[in-house]
Write a protein that binds this ligand. Structure first.
Ligand code: FUC
Length: 765
């Protein structure tokens, strides 16, 4: 088996010790329980810590949990290197100071729930430093009357431990962070609120954090002061985490971390033609890219980085990845680090299924199910408020659930007719649950999670449809964030709502059929489907964003960042190669909307272009995302930093390499001219097939398919029927059927794999 290049971000300088340095240069670590940003400063190291439940008041804005400062008596260092390995999720800072080589290693361990920091000196007794953490943004409650902000906090140091204890006043969030300092050789002494290590060979510092937040339905349902138990203090829990971690050696902690992390990360590899790791640091590679050079290593690195970031910020038992993942330095994070459901939140999870990380969706699915009862209550309230004629008894969940746009760890918005986004946001969300099933084909997931989400959404959406000219149109309706003269535009039946309501109904019916469900509601839903008229073509040959629009751009901003009229192209499947007129109109719309936009918006365009099959244009968008929407630490910038674009970028690359939304597996579905040769392993197709592929001169040469669910396997690729088919070890015969030259139907039982190879004689060199 051919190996793949190591994937690493690295730099020759520390990140500047500023907010801008945090955002664009410091390197992220995370394990779901906490996020950390490593600056790599020489005289003073700074590691900023985030915990995703530490929120400020209404529209809960995330607050910075802690700043970790570590002072080293080092100056004039040489051979400095700061890195983040994606293969092992370890960040390192290394340099020579005098005759001594100093190394700092950092990782966030999911199994042990701690941030592990280890400092070593190449010569015995040469390691000395002072650890002095800070609690940022402490302020009196009501310091500004009415804003509800308030944070208390004390730092105490004793023995080998520093404690950070305090409360966010508004939700009464009790928080605790503890650092434990474990030197080898030398000594540790307390000096005020700091710990000083002197003359050590190496030192392990462990950090655990906690709050009294629990991701339960009550937290969303109860009034502000009852959401959390203000008598619950996380101190003991945090201590127990540290006690358990302290029992293990650094090596053991590292091994446990690596086996957890690699079990997810190493499922997928990608090479876009590079033979060796480039010699330049990542910021230089990005600069070269921005000047127009092609840097295949950087492209593969960016793809894998999205997977890395999702593993860091979305683990079962923890809050899911928010707008900034799990990294926030601010008092009140931009857009409150919310879970924004008119595109951003969905985009966060787009890469999870195709890039072989379906388990990471559990964090979001648990969160969604925790707020579901509150979302059902919002549906009841909305229908009562508008005097809906068909409302069924409230409190039963039978009116379904709804998402406005924003969700936070403590609260969520209901549907507001004055809002910038229509009810399609909810369907847009439920679609993730369908994909969760479609990529895993796990009946249990369908029964327990996907079907309830889809059905509940279909129920609510049945109340927002009004009859007009024989069609059923969403009312209220708004195409996310579209404005006329600075005011949100409200209408009925805009494409975003119609397409998402259609997709939701279709998937609900599909799920019901698989599960053998039948009832009156489902019958009515079937009738609805035919009357939604979700895609209309306008006078400019465009997909209309609004029914009342004739020519493109008549209503709203022509170059709006959202491409909401194309959600049926991606992530939906309504517009596809079997609807050529719609596909043509979709391409026209993408052109009219333009390529340049904000970070995530370019990522959405990238996925959409991939779905059109135009790999060159998709690649252009990928380059643009890296050029105009990417910071030196490869974080996506809207601006400011938002994680969604990273995730959308990763799913876009996966979409270029493999598609499976039309009932068959299409390898290299949108391969650009510039990706002349390459290979990947581990990308997942719907039906739960794990695909490895290699190509040369733009032609597929090898395709390996592992069936994890034993579902029917159909592959489409030009000339695929002439490929040699064997078992995965290169021997044996695989029963199959051909349809024309380009389509093969393979019989693969669950757990079986096969290999398809282009015949050497028609291979081009
Ligand atoms: C949506 C977008 C904005 C921004 C915000 C967090 O409302 O339209 O551009 O990304 O989410």
């Amino acid at each position: 088996m051919k190996t793949y290049l190591p994937m690493e971000l690295w730099y020759r300088k520390p990140a500047p010790d500023t907010t801008a340095g945090w955002e664009s240069c410091a390197l992220p670590l995370g394990c779901g329980y906490l996020g950390a940003k490593v600056f790599g400063g020489i005289g003073t190291e700074r590691i900023q810590i985030t915990e995703n439940s530490l929120a400020n008041p209404y529209r809960p804005g995330l607050n910075n949990f802690a700043e970790t400062y570590i002072d080293f008596p080092h100056r004039g260092v040489k051979n400095y290197r700061r890195s983040l390995s994606l293969d092992d999720a370890v960040s390192r800072v290394e340099y020579d100071c005098g005759e001594v080589r100093y190394t700092r290693e950092y990782f966030a361990s999911y199994p042990d729930r701690v941030l592990v920091m280890r400092f070593t000196a190449s010569e015995p007794g040469c390691l000395s430093f002072t650890l002095r953490p800070e609690i940022p943004y402490i302020c009196d409650y009501h310091s500004k009357p009415g804003d509800g902000m308030g944070k208390s906090g004390q730092i105490t140091a004793a023995g080998n431990t520093i404690r950070l204890t305090g409360q966010m006043a508004y939700y009464q969030i009790n928080f605790e962070g503890q650092y434990r300092v474990l030197p080898e050789g030398g000594s540790v002494v307390q000096e005020g609120k700091t710990l000083r290590v002197t003359g050590a060979d190496s030192t392990l510092v462990l950090l655990a954090v906690g709050t009294n937040y629990h991701m339960t339905p009550e937290v969303f349902l109860r009034p502000v002061k009852e959401k959390l138990n203000s008598e619950e203090f996380p101190r003991e829990r945090v201590e127990a985490i540290l006690d358990a971690a302290q029992e293990k050696s650094y090596q053991e902690l590292l091994e446990r971390h690596l086996s957890d992390y690699r079990a997810l990360y190493s499922r997928v590899s990608l090479s876009l033609g590079d033979q060796a790791v480039p010699k330049h640091p990542t910021d230089q590679l990005l600069r070269r890219h921005k000047r127009g050079a092609r840097v295949p290593y950087l492209e593969a690195l960016y793809f894998q980085y999205g997977r890395y970031l999702l593993i860091a910020s979305s683990r079962q038992g923890c809050l899911p990845a928010n707008l900034q993942g799990i990294w926030n330095v601010h008092n009140d994070s931009p857009w409150s680090a919310g879970y924004w459901h008119n595109i951003n939140q969905q985009m966060n999870y787009w890469p999870s299924f195709p890039t072989n990380l379906a388990e990471l969706f559990v964090s979001y699915s648990d969160f969604n199910e925790a707020f579901r009862p509150a979302a059902e209550r919002k549906a009841d309230e909305y229908l009562e408020q508008v005097g809906d004629q068909n409302i069924v008894p409230v409190g039963t969940g039978e009116n379904g659930w709804i998402i406005g746009t924003g969700v936070w760890p403590y609260d969520l918005e209901g549907l507001n007719p004055e809002s910038h986004s229509g009810p399609g946001t909810g369907a847009f969300t439920a679609l993730l649950f369908w994909d969760y099933y479609d990529f895993t084909r796990d009946r249990n997931i369908l029964e327990q999670h996907a079907y309830p989400a889809l059905l509940g959404m279909a129920k609510f959406l049945s109340h927002v449809l009004v009859e007009k000219d024989g069609h059923l149109l969403a009312s209220p309706s708004a195409s996310p964030e579209q404005q006329i003269k600075g005011k949100y535009y409200h209408t009925i039946g805009c494409a975003f709502d119609q397409q998402m309501i259609y997709e939701n109904a279709k998937r609900t019916l599909q799920a019901a059929e698989i599960l053998g469900k039948a009832d009156g509601f489902l019958d009515r839903l079937r009738d609805t489907l035919d009357r939604l008229d979700p895609v209309q073509i306008g006078a400019s040959g465009q997909i209309k964003e609004f029914r009342e629009e004739q020519k493109y751009g008549e209503i709203g901003e022509r170059r709006h960042r959202h491409i909401s009229q194309l959600v049926g192209l991606y992530p939906g499947t309504l517009i596809n190669t079997k609807t050529p007129a719609w596909m043509k109109a979709a391409k026209r719309t993408l052109r009219l909307r333009g390529d340049r936009s904000t970070g995530w918006a370019m990522a959405h365009r990238l996925n959409a272009w991939a779905r059109t099959g135009d790999g060159n244009h998709a690649y252009h968008l990928f380059r643009l995302l890296l050029k105009r929407g990417t910071l030196p630490n490869l974080w996506d910038t809207h601006p400011p930093f938002q994680i969604d674009g990273n995730f959308g970028g990763t799913s876009g690359v996966a979409e270029m390499l493999l598609q499976s939304h039309e009932g068959c597996i299409r390898p290299l579905a949108a391969l650009p001219r510039r990706w002349k040769k390459g290979r990947f392993r581990g990308i997942v197709a719907r039906g739960n097939f794990v695909i490895d592929a290699a190509w040369r001169d733009h032609h597929l040469t090898e395709l390996k398919i592992l069936s994890r669910a034993g579902e029917p396997c159909v592959v489409e690729y030009p000339g695929i029927t002439s490929f040699i088919r064997t078992g995965s070890d290169g021997t044996g015969e695989i029963p199959c059927k051909f349809e024309g030259n380009d389509r093969v139907i393979l019989k693969l039982s669950q757990g079986a794999a096969c290999m398809l190879r282009r015949e050497p004689k028609i291979q081009k060199f």
